[in-house]
Design a protein around this ligand. Structure first.
Ligand code: ASP
Length: 356
């Protein structure tokens, strides 16, 4: 499949110091106002220098590749994650880093999925986007794009400073599988309550080095593209009925459930509730306990209301986000067949998505 690409070698006559592949998937970022149609339409990256003339001042080579189908990220699907992983793999020897322009709505899901799929990654993969389209004067697209490019191209002693999957947004570089979209109106769309930012971009870009995954000089990229979508999210609320829980848990062929519990991982202790979960666990459905709180962690056994979950075999998700938990479940179910192994891998960090 050939993709539409635009190559920029901004401003410099010298050999560029680094090369970045930008993959444009869609989202608010690339929208411009079309006065004829009186609506926002995706903009053509052929004209990127008109929209972002600052790109001319960067001293590295930028190639922008546009996916065949530009989507609002609410339409994101595992098939696109596979396409992104394959694009990164096939271009891996050609570029020093990768920036993915993505809608904000599901950016944390994509970042989480890629963090598991890009095994052996030792180059930066940064996702960014915007809350306001690039065609609007007050847009945040320009700053997000340019700083994401700067961070992607940043090297020290010939090695990238950051070599993991991240989200860059509104001055913060976050570990991708720790990020959550927590704001839909203000520019600070993303937060990472349980892991510090990897960098903060102000007058200078300050890297939070102890928290950045160390560069792995000898690792080789292997993409893992088998994902199993037979999973679901069960969000608890006071008053949830037996028929709701039973209908979700008895979905045909269901293999995994992210159960969003209260506080430190607590859930009702009604007999029917625990019985329904236990029956599912006994027939091989994996249930992972993730808190509805953005910050803090699940500690099964701290309260009586979570001790029972522990006893029936619900897996603690510790301080994982829902986005990372559901994509990790899809990933592990797609990769592994042995249930005991999957249970064990779910309970431990695979790619920095949870604390020990
Ligand atoms: N609905 C858009 C998307 O996620 C929102 C955005 O990009 O900010 O694609």
């Amino acid at each position: 499949m050939t993709y539409r690409t635009v190559r920029l070698n901004p401003g410099s006559t010298k050999e560029p110091r680094s090369s970045v592949l930008v993959i444009y998937t869609g989202g608010t970022f690339g929208m411009v106002y079309d006065p004829k149609a009186n609506q926002l339409i995706p903009f053509d990256f052929e004209q990127v220098l008109d929209r972002v003339p600052e790109l001319n001042r960067l001293d590295f080579a930028i190639t922008i590749l546009t996916l065949h189908e530009i989507i609002d990220s609410s339409n994101m699907k595992p098939a696109v994650w596979v396409e992104l992983a394959q694009l990164i793999e096939s271009n891996y020897p050609l570029y020093d880093s990768f920036v993915i322009l993505h809608g904000t709505d599901t950016m944390s899901y994509t970042a989480s999925a890629l963090s598991f799929m890009l095994d052996g990654l030792n180059k930066p993969v940064l996702l960014t986007g915007a809350q306001l389209p690039i065609g609007i004067a007050r847009t945040d697209a320009r700053e997000n794009f340019i700083t994401a490019l700067e961070i992607a191209a940043a090297q020290e002693d010939g090695k990238p400073i950051v070599s993991e999957v991240c989200v860059y947004f509104n001055s913060l570089l976050l570990r991708g599988n720790r990020s959550t979209k927590h704001e839909s109106v203000q520019f600070n769309a993303f937060a990472s309550e349980n892991y510090p930012p990897l960098a903060t971009a102000g007058v200078s870009i300050d890297y939070n080095r102890p928290y950045i995954r160390p560069y792995q000089p000898n690792s080789i990229l292997h993409i893992r593209t088998s994902l199993d979508s037979r999973v679901t999210i069960l969000k608890l609320f006071p008053g949830i009925t037996q028929s709701v829980v039973e209908s979700i848990i008895s979905i045909p062929n269901l293999r995994g459930v992210v159960m969003e519990t209260f506080g430190a991982g607590n859930a009702p202790t009604d007999r029917w509730f625990l019985y329904t979960l236990k029956a599912a666990i006994d027939r091989g459905v994996l249930i992972i306990n993730v808190s509805q709180c953005e910050g803090g962690r699940v500690t099964q056994g701290r309260y009586q209301t979570s001790k029972m979950l522990q006893q029936i075999g619900v897996i603690s998700g510790a301080d994982i986000t829902t986005e990372a938990a559901i994509t990790k479940l899809m990933f592990l179910l797609g990769q592994e067949t042995n249930l005991a192994n999957i249970r064990q891998l779910l309970a431990q960090p695979l790619s920095g998505e949870m604390s020990e």
